[in-house]
Design a protein around this ligand. Structure first.
Ligand code: 13P
Ligand code: SF4
Length: 348
């Protein structure tokens, strides 16, 4: 494909989303990335939150965390460039250690992954001996290594149900834990952060709980409120509201649908309504709008993920040119983490 053909391909999808001069500039970057990708035998995986010009030009596969983990595990290419955040690139390395995994920005972290350490998990396991640990995939490799199972937003309730244990430790997202508890009919408690040995009587006056959570939050999804929903429904009475399960249970309860980033995308594609509000990272609204020009996408773009937004076409090109930033996971941690991640993939 020539630079001009790349430009035409991007224009077809993005003519109403990306201004013309930016489209021209970005199509040149995309052309060079795709050329180098072939030369270096690389595959590019793009999370649903990538900005539209990147999302629609360079990834071989786009999707949510679960789908991209599967693609990372299956690829036969030598290099995996992960256009997403660090925990996703680490998961790719855990599943396919023989490959070189590159993350285009060193700053692409995640507030959930940063909310808990392996030491915290060990302390919880001491406090609740024998209780299986389920960690959200939005955690770093050493936390996964202390866990029995991983899950994503796409299969969290299925993983908790599949374990079939009386109690589970479910980490680290408070809101996802509350949403999974509501969906599976379980009661969740949150031992005091930093002193988990101390019993929190307010949370658990008795032993009738089935989930033990952690008070981690997604710095994006925690900001959406029921008041936002009420105001938007007043302004646009026909709006259909779609929320990620990292939003509070109150926000999820006031929405029309909740699911992983891919489940949200499919819901909009398959529904007949004309107008939607997406309570998630704003770029995903652009990507859905580009694929569904007949549907209006309302977005609250004052709330952004600063980590996902670190990944640009410029840095993706530099990643391939300079072989950076290489993701490494120490082998003893990788082997333990792989057990939890592979269980997550099997449960699907
Ligand atoms: P998904 O697994 O739904 O893609 O979510 C990942 C994420 O980081 C959402 O904030
Ligand atoms: Fe992490 Fe939230 Fe950003 Fe997703 S949106 S990567 S959970 S900070």
């Amino acid at each position: 494909m020539s630079v001009h053909e790349m430009y035409l391909k991007m224009k077809e999808k993005l003519r109403d989303i990306v201004p013309e001069p930016e489209l021209k500039y970005k199509s040149e970057l995309a052309y060079e990335i795709n050329r180098l990708k072939e030369e270096r035998d690389a595959v590019i995986l793009g999370h649903n939150y990538m900005e539209p010009a990147l999302y629609y030009s360079v990834p071989d596969f786009v999707g949510d965390s679960l789908e991209l983990s599967r693609k990372a595990a299956q690829t036969e290419r030598k290099i995996i460039v992960f256009c997403g955040v660090r925990f996703m690139a680490e998961t790719a390395k855990i599943l396919n250690p023989a490959k070189t995994v590159l993350l285009p920005s060193e700053k692409a972290g995640c507030s959930l992954a940063g909310s808990i350490t392996a030491g915290d998990v060990r302390e919880l396991k001491r406090r609740f001996p024998g209780v299986p640990v389920v960690s959200y995939v939005n955690t770093y490799a050493d936390v996964k290594a202390e866990s029995d199972y991983c899950c994503t937003s796409g299969n969290a309730a299925a993983v908790v149900n599949a374990i079939g244990s009386d109690k589970v430790i479910f980490l680290p997202d408070e809101f996802l834990a509350r949403n999974v508890a509501a969906e599976t009919g379980k009661r969740v408690i949150f031992p005091s952060v930093g002193s988990v040995g101390k019993w929190n009587h307010e949370d658990a006056p008795d032993e009738t709980f089935q989930m033990i959570g952690w008070r981690g939050r997604c710095e994006v999804h925690e900001k959406f409120t029921v008041e936002d929903i009420t105001n938007i429904r007043k302004q646009f009475p026909d709006v259909v509201i779609v929320a990620h399960p990292e939003c509070s249970p109150e926000v999820v309860g006031a929405s029309d649908f909740s699911g992983s980033t891919t489940a949200m995308t499919r819901y909009v594609e398959q529904s007949k309504a004309n107008r939607y509000l997406l309570l998630t990272e704003c770029s995903m609204g652009d990507n859905i709008a580009a694929a569904n020009p007949d549907k209006e996408m309302l977005r609250l773009c004052n709330i952004r993920c600063p980590h996902m937004n670190q990944i640009t076409l410029e840095d993706t090109l530099a990643a391939l040119q300079k072989n950076r930033f290489v993701i490494e996971v120490p082998e003893e941690i990788r082997v333990k983490a792989a057990r939890a991640v592979e269980r997550m993939i099997q449960i699907g």
